[in-house]
Write a protein that binds this ligand. Structure first.
Ligand code: FES
Length: 140
């Protein structure tokens, strides 16, 4: 009789082989930090797009602190990597001047009413590590 494992560990199945920091739990859900690129790609005052586990995120450098959040504005979906600016620690969408807190995703002003999804981020050496699950703790 052929039996199929109920779950796979990293390295047992080619589709689940991943980079550093990527873990798979017993239910097969992905968890943990994924290497998204180099932290040095995001200079002070810059906002860059990164794709992490199929999700397009933006990373902003606010006075040397890096923050990860959805790259799409919750108002009319302009992208922060193209239309975003950092002003006095705030993330500004220049399409209609919506303002967000880059750390929490909270709306600070302008037409958007829905907060941004924000993501856990860590830097190891020059590795930019991002958890692609929305960080509910930061948003609350
Ligand atoms: S699309 Fe960002 S404020 Fe309108």
């Amino acid at each position: 009789m052929l039996t199929t494992p109920r779950w796979w560990s990293v390295g047992q199945h080619p589709a689940l082989t991943c980079g550093a920091g990527y873990r798979i739990d017993r239910e097969g859900a992905t968890m943990g930090l994924i290497n998204a690129g180099r932290a040095s790609e995001v200079g002070p005052g810059e906002i860059k797009a990164f794709t992490v586990a199929g999700r397009e995120l933006a990373v902003a450098n606010v006075d040397g602190e890096l923050y990860a959040f959805d790259n799409w504005c919750t108002h009319e979906s302009c992208t922060f990597s193209d239309e975003g600016e950092l002003e006095d620690g705030k993330l500004v969408c220049t399409c209609h001047f919506g303002e967000f807190d880059p750390a929490t995703g909270e709306v600070l002003g302008g037409p958007p009413w829905e907060p941004l999804g924000v993501y856990e981020l860590a830097v190891e050496g020059d590795d930019l590590l991002i958890d692609p699950r929305i960080d509910d703790a930061a948003a609350s």
